[in-house]
Design a binder for this molecule. Structure first.
Ligand code: ADP
Ligand code: X15
Length: 400
């Protein structure tokens, strides 16, 4: 990575210094309890490094989309409690992210102690990347570390703006690791490189499919978007999800794959449902035999075999998006089989990279998350990185 990281800072750079650390603690909640603390645990290496070097650690994050207003259910207070448990030390929860009370709380920190600022997005200036707000955030710190990979695609006051007022501004270990895997996978791939793209709609994955077509050897497509490709080929898709305004695009993506010599694989059979429900009636059929009144919600057993064969010789895999409606058990087999196959491949030396979002949930549901080479903590951010877009939160950091 060409950006400076905390590994480039010496103990003397950190001891006794107030370090503002942007983290992504935007974790899922249910009834006030954190249901998945992956993002909190992912920030621990950076936080622990700062603690052990005697820094005063000032963590900041957003939670949800409160649109510039204080929304009690989006307070970071439960996160401070969970982080305190994980660190085995107290985390001081601040009642705001800027202002006198925050300055006083930070003034009271001893070396090696940790404070968490309240949700940055309770102020509209955060998402507006307001320079005055960025200055206020910076005023309480001596240097800046960005470890919020999941928010690196946002040019907000705490990710981009603040870097203009704090020096050095460096990346944390999580951002370093995310870049190591995701950037290397497309810039310097081990081959054969296979990309598996699924999810609901082709429209949300156009950019990533186009970029990956330039990089990968095989492209496997699953999920709801397959029906737009089938309809573009003139097949009947019943009442499956289709984007009628993307038929020409689907044709051009297939043509581009051919032109580039990329093996373009669509499922050969699908699991149909008579309605979109967990208890719908289901049947498996080849893709040229989809009847009116039925919708495809998963890939079928022949397709699983087809995809497993295509994956068998690969050295690296990037996966983004489920193969079907894996939230419904009846239609989860395709996604779960791919998750298991990737876990096995990792064991035989293949690099397996899971983009954020629903593919991560699927891998966790199957219980194979620990087996993958890398699971990204950012959905939108990992997609943008795979699309070779510049992530403003990373671009703003000091060059190495
Ligand atoms: N055949 C299908 N028909 C309708 N929805 C589907 C189908 N296959 C997958 N999906 C849905 O796609 C959603 C995930 O899509 P998307 O948000 O694009 O992926 P990701 O979150 O991995 O980026 C899941 O909720 C899943 O139920
Ligand atoms: O959860 C996040 O993004 P993700 O759902 O794309 O992984 C990040 O915290 C960014 O949140 P945002 O999309 O409200 O800016």
């Amino acid at each position: 990575m060409s950006k400076k990281t905390i590994a480039n800072l010496s103990a003397a750079d950190l001891a006794g210094k107030r370090v503002l650390v942007r983290v992504d603690f935007n974790v899922p909640f249910d009834n006030g309890s954190i249901t998945d603390d992956t993002r909190i645990r992912a920030a621990l290496p950076t936080i622990k490094e700062l603690i052990s070097n005697g820094a005063k650690v000032i963590l900041c994050s957003h939670m949800g989309r409160p649109k510039g207003k204080v929304v009690d259910s989006m307070s970071l207070t439960p996160v401070a409690a969970r982080l305190g448990e994980l660190l085995g030390q107290k985390v001081t929860m601040c009642d705001d992210c800027v202002g006198e009370s925050v300055t006083a709380a930070i003034g009271g920190l001893e070396n090696g102690q940790v404070a968490l600022l309240e949700n940055l997005r309770f102020h509209s200036e955060e998402e507006g990347n307001d320079p005055e707000f960025a200055k206020q955030l910076a005023a309480n710190a001596d240097l800046y570390v960005n470890d919020a990979f999941g928010t690196a695609h946002r040019a907000h006051a705490s990710t981009e703006g603040v870097t203009h007022y704090l020096s050095p501004s460096v990346a944390g270990y999580l951002i370093e690791k995310e870049l190591q895997y995701l950037q290397a996978a497309i810039e310097n791939p081990q081959r054969p490189l296979v990309a598996i793209i699924g999810g609901s709609k082709v429209s949300s994955k156009i950019g990533v499919i186009e970029t990956l077509l330039e990089k990968c050897d095989k492209l496997i497509i699953g999920g709801g978007m397959i029906f737009t490709f089938y309809k573009a080929r003139g097949l009947n898709v019943g009442k499956s999800l289709v984007e009628d305004d993307k038929l020409e695009l689907a044709k051009s993506l297939e043509a581009k794959a051919k032109e580039k010599g990329v093996d373009f694989l669509l499922p050969s059979d699908v699991v149909l449902a008579d309605n979109f429900a967990p208890d719908a009636n289901a049947k498996t059929t080849s893709i040229d035999n989809i009847e009116d009144g039925w919708m495809g919600l998963d890939i079928g057993p022949d397709s699983i075999k087809l995809f497993q064969d295509a994956l068998s010789d690969c050295k690296a895999v990037i996966w983004n998006g489920p193969m079907g409606v894996f939230e419904f058990d009846k239609f989860a087999a395709g996604t779960e089989a791919i998750a298991r196959t990737l876990a096995e491949l990792t064991g035989t030396g293949t690099t397996t990279i899971i983009g954020g979002g629903d593919s991560v949930a699927a891998v966790e549901k199957v219980g194979v998350a620990e087996k993958m080479s890398h699971i990204s903590t950012g959905g939108g951010a990992s997609l943008e990185l795979l699309e070779s877009k510049v992530l403003p939160g990373i671009a703003a950091l000091d060059e190495a």
